[in-house]
Design a protein around this ligand. Structure first.
Ligand code: KIV
Length: 259
């Protein structure tokens, strides 16, 4: 691939070539710039920032103002990567509201928006795509619905009804023109089936290895949120421990200098 700006068409072309799509979350200028310099083609200002940056218990507390603030910071890195933003909880309850809020995120620097759900939000997705804003879907476990699920993040597609619903939602998102869909905690065989049947790129998280790409919360990958790491993540770095030791070494030097 040339060093040109990544577009939704590049992501579709990567799927067509069978090239795995690496995707990570980025919430600010420095993180976006570092991940871009590492060559990650797809970056998301995820509403997971609610937990790993803002300290909320789940994503339902994240507002449009939060998302705009972080999207602006990430966009200032002017990445080669395609940079998108999550539409937060209750920001896309009808087509008019979805379009107004998708435009706010685009004005803040998002090059695509992502929202959770399938057929039940399809009129919102149609409004967004028809306005020319690239759209990424999110199926499977939907973090914005965690309270309805009794606070549990459950695997989806375990039985035939669950599998059929996922396939139907995927078909609806394909018809609406989503260029990629995140599959979160989907049974791997169902994630593979969606990947094989769909024109969009599937980006898995906890859904097995057969998706077109994988996304992780960057803090989980590098260990900067050590208090909770999802079971499917193998951290590549323990940055929290390195930070604690670096700070305590510096504190010890200071203490010695003042003796
Ligand atoms: O909010 C988020 O970070 C996400 C990704 C983990 C897919 O939705």
């Amino acid at each position: 691939m040339s060093a040109s700006k990544i577009t939704p068409e590049h992501i579709r072309a990567m799927k067509a070539r069978g090239e795995k799509i690496a995707a990570l979350t980025a919430y600010d200028f420095a993180m976006t710039r570092l991940l871009d310099e590492a060559g990650v083609p797809l970056l998301l200002v995820g509403d997971s920032l609610g937990m790993v940056v803002l300290g909320y218990p789940d994503t339902t507390h994240v507002t449009m103002d939060d998302m705009e603030h972080h999207t602006r910071a990430a966009a200032r890195a002017n990445p080669r990567a395609l940079l998108g933003a999550d539409m937060p909880f209750r920001s896309y309850e009808n087509p008019d509201q979805a379009l107004i809020n998708a435009r706010r995120l685009v004005d803040a620097g998002a090059e695509f928006v992502k929202a959770e759900g399938g057929r039940e939000i399809i009129s919102q997705v149609n409004a967004i795509v028809k306005s020319g804003i690239p759209f990424v879907g999110h199926l499977g476990m939907l973090p914005q619905h965690v309270l309805e699920e009794g606070g549990k993040y459950r695997i989806k597609g375990r039985d035939e009804a669950g599998r059929a619903k996922l396939l139907d939602d995927a078909a609806a998102l394909a018809d609406a023109g989503a260029f990629a869909v995140v599959l979160e905690l989907v049974v791997p065989t169902v994630a593979r089936e969606i990947t094989e049947r769909s024109p969009f790129a599937t980006i898995g998280i906890g859904s097995g290895t057969d998706c077109d790409g994988q996304i992780l919360v960057t803090n989980d990958l590098i260990g900067t949120f050590p208090w909770f790491t999802p079971r499917f993540v193998k951290p590549e770095l323990n940055a929290a421990e390195q930070m604690r030791s670096a700070v305590s070494r510096w504190k010890n030097y200071l203490a010695k200098e003042t003796q």
